[in-house]
Ligand binder design. Structure first.
Ligand SMILES: [Zn+2]
Length: 282
């Protein structure tokens, strides 16, 4: 005996974007194809969980998270290995500088991947918001880091101060924005713990970065910054505490990124692959 009932296909009654191109499928039959991109409509009616998301887009996001980890840890490991080689000594500070510049550039690339526009939102997303802000901040922040790392670019003091301040604040905003993205992904994995961790870091990490920034500014420990206060023992101590908090927050961020890397890769495996035959029975 079988209890499979064949339901008659009825038109989609609510606004549902095609996951591949964003076209609103409302009014179309669920067993048809999207009139814009000719992909099966059924694939777009699974809700917004990442395992049902557009695979090409999701792949880019997963790569972005992996690249973020690589730009922090991979480069660090490479520098350690290279400096252990005898001939590396002859290269002097070049090894470190090239690695730091590469790391900054990879961070920008990673940020663009993580904030890649999801096709299902392409027709409905407000174009100005978070994605653009995060990307601009990534570029500004990386520019400042590269100028600092290379060190010998002749710039007037005022220009240098503007870049320094803009870059430092951009880094804080970028961190906040990326964590907003990660929290959204966490909810769609769905991973309550990952989303919760992103939610915590979202406030703690930018706040500690900001605190460190303002304190360093007051103490005058950032060379290019105009000094607004006088160094005192207490201020120096507070800078140390802020540095410690930022350090711990950053290590936690890396651990959370590893978690996202794994969970998103699993979602991608489902989105690209074998699980797709389930759709036939829907
Ligand atoms: Zn479509």
């Amino acid at each position: 005996m079988t209890d499979v009932t064949v339901e008659p296909t009825s038109p989609i009654e609510v606004n549902s974007p095609c996951i591949h191109c964003g076209y609103n499928l409302r009014g179309l039959l669920s067993d048809g194809i999207c009139p814009e991109c000719s992909q099966a409509i059924a694939a777009s009616l699974q809700g917004d969980l990442l395992r049902f998301a557009e695979p090409v887009w999701l792949k880019r996001v997963v790569f972005g998270v992996w690249l973020t980890l690589f730009s922090y840890l991979g480069i660090f490991v490479i520098v350690l290995v290279v400096t252990a080689l005898p001939w590396a000594w002859a290269l002097g500070w070049w090894v470190g500088t090239v690695a730091m510049v590469a790391s900054s550039l990879l961070t920008v690339w990673a940020t663009f991947c993580i904030t890649a526009q999801e096709p299902r939102l392409s027709l409905s997303e407000d174009p100005v918001l978070l994605r653009r802000l995060v990307r601009i901040c990534a570029v500004v922040s990386a520019t400042r880091k590269i100028i600092d790392d290379v060190g010998m670019i002749p710039l007037p003091q005022t220009v240098r101060q503007v870049i320094e301040i803009a870059g430092a604040f951009a880094a804080v905003v970028m961190m906040f924005g990326l964590l907003v993205y990660l929290r959204r992904f966490g909810r769609r994995i769905p991973g309550k713990k990952l989303a919760g961790s992103a939610s915590t870091l979202l406030w703690v990490l930018p706040a500690s970065l900001l605190m460190r920034l303002v304190l360093s500014w007051t103490v005058g420990s950032v060379p290019a910054f105009p000094r607004v206060g006088t160094a005192s023992g207490i201020a120096e101590f507070l800078v140390m505490i802020a540095n410690l908090f930022t350090g711990i927050g950053f290590i936690y961020y890396l651990i959370v990124l590893f978690g996202f890397n794994r969970a998103l890769s699993e979602a991608l495996a489902s989105a690209t692959g074998e699980d797709f035959e389930d759709l036939d029975s829907v």
